[in-house]
Design a protein around this ligand. Structure first.
Ligand code: FES
Ligand code: CO
Length: 313
C-alpha cells in the first residue's frame, strides 16, 4: 500500500476542506475518506468498507458521529472501529474484528497529515516555521499531471528560475545571465534534509531553500526580504498526478495583499513539469552538470529510500 510514498507522514488536504460530509481523496494510488465526527475530530480511513468493499465516502456521518456505509449501514468511528451492524442481533456480531483500515492523523499548520505506513508510527517532525496556528498560513492546492518526484525536484531546482519565470521573479536573474553571471551555491545535508544557498555572481540576488524528507521544500522568501516563507509539498495522488500544496506562512499582516505574487509564479512551472515522462531516473539516467548537485542528492535519496523499497514490497 502507498508504494509511491510508503511509511511517511504527509499532508493530504487543508483542514478547512474536511467537514461532516465525507471527502474522498486519492493519496499515493489509494483512495481515502476523510470526515469529522460530532466533536470535530478528523478520521482518515481507506475508502473501502471491510464488508463488501464499497466506497465509504458515498455514505454519511450519522447522528452518532460515525461514518455510515452507504450499502448496509455499518458504522465506523474516526479510528475505524466498527460500532454497529444493523439488522443483526448484537449478540451474534463481534464488532472488534470488523474494523475499517484507518490512517494515523495529525493537524499541523491548517493541514490534515496522515501516516502512510503500518505498525509503529514515528513522530511527525516538521520545520519550526510550520508550527504556528492555522491563521498564519494561506493554503493553495491543485493537481498537476506529473510524478511527485518531478514536482519536488522542480521546487529544489533554482537554475530554471530565469527561464520558466522569465516574466515574473526570474527576469532580473535572466538579465544577469545574459551578461555572463553564474550561480555559486552551497549545499548542506543532514540525515533528513538538504539546504541550498545560492548567490548569483555579479548581481545582488540570492536565495535559500530546504528540502525536508520526503516531499516538502521550504522556500525562504523571507531571507530575501519578503514577508512570507513558502512551504511547498508534492503529494502523490497516483503515478501520474501530484497535488501541489503550498502553505504560505504570513510573517506580517500586509503579506496577504502580496499572495498572488507568490502563488502565480509557482504555478508557472506546471506546463514544463507536465511535459516530463514518469518519475525521476536514477542519478545516471539523464545528463547532469554541477548546478544539478542538489537535485541529484534528492534523486539518490529517492532511489534508495523509496523506489527500491516500493519494488521489494
Ligand atoms: Fe459496507 Fe456492506 S458494504 S456495510
Ligand atoms: Co519554478
Amino acid at each position: 500500500m502507498f508504494d509511491l510514498l510508503p511509511n511517511f507522514w504527509t499532508p493530504v488536504l487543508p483542514v478547512a476542506e474536511v467537514e461532516n460530509t465525507p471527502v474522498a481523496v486519492e493519496l499515493a494510488g489509494e483512495r481515502l475518506v476523510l470526515f469529522r465526527n460530532l466533536t470535530g475530530e478528523i478520521g482518515a480511513l481507506l475508502d473501502r468498507c471491510p464488508h463488501r468493499g464499497v466506497a465509504l465516502s458515498l455514505g454519511r456521518v450519522n447522528e452518532n458521529g460515525c461514518l455510515e456505509c452507504p450499502y448496509h449501514g455499518w458504522q465506523f468511528d474516526q479510528n475505524g472501529a466498527c460500532r454497529h451492524v444493523p439488522l443483526n442481533n448484537p449478540a451474534d456480531v463481534k464488532l472488534s474484528v470488523l474494523s475499517a483500515v484507518r490512517l494515523p492523523t495529525r493537524i499541523i499548520a491548517g493541514l490534515v497529515w496522515v501516516f502512510t505506513g503500518q505498525g509503529e508510527v514515528p513522530d511527525l517532525e516538521v520545520p519550526e516555521s510550520l508550527m504556528r496556528s492555522p491563521e498564519f498560513y494561506f493554503i493553495h492546492h491543485e493537481v498537476w499531471n506529473a510524478h511527485w518526484t518531478r514536482v519536488i525536484e522542480n521546487a529544489m531546482d533554482y537554475v530554471h528560475v530565469p527561464f520558466v519565470h522569465r516574466n515574473s521573479f526570474g527576469g532580473e536573474v535572466g538579465q544577469a545571465i545574459a551578461s555572463g553571471s553564474f550561480a555559486e551555491f552551497q549545499i548542506t545535508q543532514t540525515k533528513h534534509s538538504i539546504q541550498v544557498f545560492n548567490r548569483y555572481h555579479n548581481i545582488e540576488s540570492s536565495f535559500a531553500l530546504e528540502w525536508h524528507q520526503p516531499n516538502l521544500v521550504v522556500l525562504k522568501f523571507d531571507e530575501m526580504g519578503m514577508p512570507v516563507r513558502s512551504h511547498f509539498f508534492g503529494i502523490p495522488v497516483n503515478k501520474h498526478q501530484t497535488r501541489i500544496l503550498i502553505a504560505i506562512q504570513l510573517l506580517e499582516p500586509h503579506a496577504v495583499a502580496m499572495l498572488d505574487e507568490f502563488i502565480s509564479p509557482i504555478i508557472e512551472d506546471k506546463v514544463v513539469i507536465e511535459s516530463h515522462k514518469g518519475e525521476i531516473p536514477a542519478t545516471t539516467g539523464e545528463c547532469n552538470v554541477p548546478t544539478d548537485r542538489a537535485t541529484l542528492l534528492f534523486r539518490r535519496w529517492y532511489h534508495q529510500a523509496i523506489a527500491r523499497q516500493a519494488v521489494t514490497i
